[in-house]
Design a binder for this molecule. Structure first.
Ligand code: CA2
Length: 147
């Protein structure tokens, strides 16, 4: 059977607040804008996109596990879990799908605690500090790796 032409877009804790606060760091686009621009980028390279945001680590992990059934790759902005979660890393490596790690802001120009990522050595693609357009870049770069 051929691989599914679908990507999962995962946004982690607090990213539902996009466009409502801290525009100086995260811009003025909303989560709905991010999901739309990502779906458009996916469609342009022949992929369907399913989007999920949750503030709950276990919900994110369950969605990553479920992606094994019908997705070819994952684009994820794990939010603050980037810097704390071995469990999220284990979920992503456990399902074995290629994934792209996205950060809207330039985490390396911010506080020291944002410089460490539990995902950076296992991500197939990393896009950092390109604003919300980075999601479209991540979709394209990830799709290019999927046969
Ligand atoms: O730059 C990114 O995309 C981050 O992943 C965003 C996380 C942060 O903990 C990471 O260090 C970098 C935080 C997401 C919170 O998003 C908000 C958006 C608007 C207003 C408040 C929070």
């Amino acid at each position: 059977m051929s691989a599914p032409r679908r990507l999962l877009l995962v946004n982690g804790p607090n990213l539902n607040l996009l466009g409502t606060r801290e525009p100086g760091i995260y811009g003025s686009a909303t989560l709905a804008d991010v999901e739309r621009l990502s779906a458009e980028a996916a469609a342009a390279v022949g992929f369907d996109l399913r989007a999920l945001q949750s503030n709950h680590e276990g919900v994110l992990i369950d969605a990553i596990h479920a992606a094994r059934e019908d997705c070819a790759g994952i684009v994820i902005n794990p939010g603050g879990l980037t810097h704390t979660s071995v469990s999220l890393r284990d979920a992503l490596t456990g399902v074995g799908l290629p994934f792209a790690e996205v950060h809207i802001s330039d985490v390396y120009a911010r506080e020291e605690f944002r410089h460490h990522s539990y995902l950076d050595d296992v991500a197939a693609v990393r896009v950092v500090g390109r604003g919300v357009d980075g999601y479209a870049d991540a979709v394209r770069e990830l799709a290019a790796l999927i046969p």
